[in-house]
Design a binder for this molecule. Structure first.
Ligand SMILES: *Cc1c(COP(=O)(O)O)cnc(C)c1O
Length: 384
């Protein structure tokens, strides 16, 4: 395995952690070790610990060490998708009879995994407003093993006080899982605030270029890390070498991208807030957002995700999405290009009638890093 020599501040770790120049050639970027098996020097004589790429692969190891460094954990694990990471985590920590507390606006795929798949193994779940400590306390049961938090949340940009919920969760003998996909480790580091495990869809800001599907788990609990690593290998939904390399490449620019995403989003929020066709802007950077103070305390910046409600209602919101040109109409988020979508009919269509249903007049933006004036002109034109 690569030893992790790199130290330093976030931006330095993003570029160097887990990625010493290749000892054989001096290549400054880790090679894509596109290989399934490794020659052994005599039976059981492994070079550098590698035997078979499901168990471990050097390119994936580089990514895993990098992710651990960025989140301040001791172990990172990279998966084929965010949901594969979540599946591995839930199968590792849950047994029949256990109970999970879910946020009211969990990512739809997380909600589906827990309520449609994990539930069938005899695991119970209930929904809480994780932004409200009383709601979390009321949802806890003696069998609760996991409290799941997403902050900022999707698509309503709700904020949860991670340190506060970590304390409540710990005193109930459960584990706090934080899905840190929307913030990225540059803006927020849940482990330092008391979370037990961080989940990522590396598909989003970490990859950052809309060209890869991937996921990750990071923890600082060595016992849990060993159990997760066992299940990662046993279940097998690992990140491939090329996908690991793409995410590593994306992470090198994470800090500068997040700064620009946040700056562009702040300008767009300013314009939307003053627009007569917009009835409400949801963004944790706004002083009147109910989670603003908490977000300011636990985040370095407010990020690139913005949602707003259109005064004319659902059809007007759909029309805004259809009229945008620089903002591409599409699902997903976190890439360099700006995206616009209608959650009620797109990402959250399956939530209709459930606890996760979203308002029909809602539009969600993933603000990219294009020239902000082009983005502002496009939105102003789309709003009519
Ligand atoms: C996209 C996403 C996921 C799922 O990740 P995949 O890579 O699509 O499997 C989980 N949580 C959040 C917040 C996401 O945005």
């Amino acid at each position: 395995m690569n030893e992790q020599h790199s130290a330093g501040r976030f931006e330095t770790l993003a570029i160097h952690a887990g990625q010493e120049p290749d000892p054989l050639t001096g290549a400054v970027v880790p090679p894509i070790h596109q290989v399934s098996t490794f020659k052994q020097d005599g039976v059981g004589g492994l070079r550098g610990g590698y035997e078979y790429s499901r168990s471990a692969n050097p390119t994936r190891t580089a990514l895993e060490e990098n992710l651990a460094a960025l989140e301040g954990g001791s172990r990172g694990l990279a998966f084929a998708s965010g949901l594969a990471a979540e599946d591995c985590l839930l199968r590792t920590v849950l047994r029949p009879g256990d109970h999970v507390v879910l946020p009211g606006d969990a990512y739809g795929g997380t909600f589906r995994l827990i309520t449609k798949v994990v539930e069938r193994w005899g695991v119970a779940w209930s929904v809480a407003d994780t932004g409200d400590p009383a709601s979390v306390r009321a949802a806890l049961r003696p069998e609760t093993k996991v409290v799941w938090v997403e902050t900022p949340s999707n698509p309503l940009l709700g904020i949860t006080d991670i340190a506060l919920v970590a304390e409540i969760t710990r005193s109930a003998g459960a584990r706090l899982v934080v899905d840190n996909t929307f913030a990225s480790p540059y803006l927020q580091q849940p482990l330092a605030l008391g979370a037990d495990v961080v989940v990522h869809s590396t598909t989003k800001y970490l990859g950052g270029h809309s060209d890869v599907i991937g996921g990750a788990l990071v923890t600082a609990d060595q016992g849990l890390a060993d159990e997760l690593a066992f299940h990662q290998n046993a279940l097998g939904a690992v990140a491939g070498p090329f996908d690991s390399w793409l995410v590593l490449r994306g992470i090198k620019t994470l800090a500068v991208r997040m700064d620009r995403h946040s700056a562009n989003a702040a300008r767009i929020v300013e314009t939307l807030s003053a627009h007569r066709a917009v009835s409400q802007v949801l963004y944790p950077g706004l002083p009147d957002h109910p989670g603003h103070e908490t977000a300011a305390k636990q985040m370095r910046g407010f990020g690139g995700m913005v949602s707003f409600r259109v005064a004319g209602g659902e059809e007007a919101a759909v029309a805004v999405c259809d009229r945008a040109r620089v903002f591409t109409l599409g699902e997903s988020l976190g890439g360099v290009e700006s995206l616009i979508e209608h959650p009620g009919r797109m990402t959250h269509a399956s939530a209709a009638g459930s606890a996760l249903e979203v308002p029909g007049d809602l539009v969600r933006l993933s603000v990219g890093i294009e020239a902000v004036d082009d983005l502002l002109e496009d939105l102003t034109r789309a709003l009519g």
